[in-house]
Design a binder for this molecule. Sequence first.
Ligand SMILES: [Zn+2]
Length: 152
Amino acid sequence: MRQTGSNSGLRFEREKMGSEPSEKTASDGLNLNVKTLLSTGLLEGISVRYIHHGRNKELPGIIKGVDYCCGCTECNFNQVFSARKFEAHAGSKSSHSNNHIFLKNGKSLHNVVKKLGDLSLESIGEVIEGVIGERPNFECYEAWKDEALESV
Ligand SMILES: [Zn+2]
């Protein structure tokens, strides 16, 4: 197991400050977030639940691209929403929607991203199965990799 380098994270924080917010690619892994993780396709089609314990709200969903198929009675998995909108359909609201979206093993997506640390997107495929406790979507991941390599 590789140690997570806190130095590199620090450097990134510093670089971020004082510079214009820009569209950064996540290939260096330092700014891995839920969206970049979803963009790799590894979690495509995986079942999630929006759970807000404090509000006693719960709603099933399925990961679709970087968004979520909503499983509320109205949508019945026919609508695809951002995390925020998915959360709204659960009848909830928070400043960190991804903290409330959980996998089958009880880890939140936010948690998964934290566990993966500063691994590069190209290498998370090797460890993610252990983190999420189920088989990731390697088909989508391979397709994403092909595309990502092409665009470099
Ligand atoms: Zn819905």
